[in-house]
Design a binder for this molecule. Structure first.
Ligand code: FEO
Length: 170
């Protein structure tokens, strides 16, 4: 049986993942308004991925006999000034999520819950990728600075991204 403490912490994590979706679709809207459609598409894919992360926790909690308790989702930032600022915020957010996943893992270890430890390992690995991909974009944007041509090139590259949930997950 999963502990009450873990049920509470996983419910909080579901809220954080849903907030992540909210934050990224807020960025998607901002990029679309700037006519940066590639960056908007990247954020669309990122938002879908966050929803997948949330629902993976949601389904796990139910599978373990825990109760899902959804809470209000905070209002995300809606103004980002420039693409670098938006992606820097995304990076900081991912670092915050990594910390939160690590704390969940610490709790699962403390509670001696081997099933939850095994389940959380997927998120530990996923966060390495999440941080690395955003960090790469932040560095590219720093490199081009205010150069419009450079920003358009990055926009075109980021527009290639799509998200489809792994068939074996959930
Ligand atoms: Fe669900 Fe981007 O971490």
């Amino acid at each position: 049986m999963i502990s009450k403490k873990l049920i509470k912490a996983i419910n909080e994590q579901i809220n954080k993942e849903l907030f992540s979706e909210y934050l990224y679709i807020s960025m998607q809207a901002w990029f679309a308004n700037q006519n940066l459609d590639g960056m908007a598409a990247w954020m669309d894919a990122q938002g879908k991925e966050e929803r997948f992360h949330a629902m993976k926790f949601f389904n796990y909690l139910i599978e373990r006999g825990g109760k899902v308790e959804l809470k209000a989702i905070a209002t995300p930032t809606v103004e980002f000034d420039n693409p670098l600022k938006a992606f820097k915020m995304a990076l900081e957010h991912e670092q915050f999520i990594t910390k939160s996943i690590n704390e969940l893992m610490d709790l699962a270890i403390k509670e001696n819950d081997h099933a939850t430890r095994s389940f959380l390992q997927w998120y530990v690995d996923e966060q390495v990728e999440e941080e690395a991909s955003v960090d790469r974009i932040v560095n590219m944007l720093k490199m081009v600075g205010e150069n419009g041509h450079g920003i358009m090139m990055i926009d075109r590259e980021l527009g290639q991204r799509t998200f489809s949930a792994p068939a074996t997950e959930e």
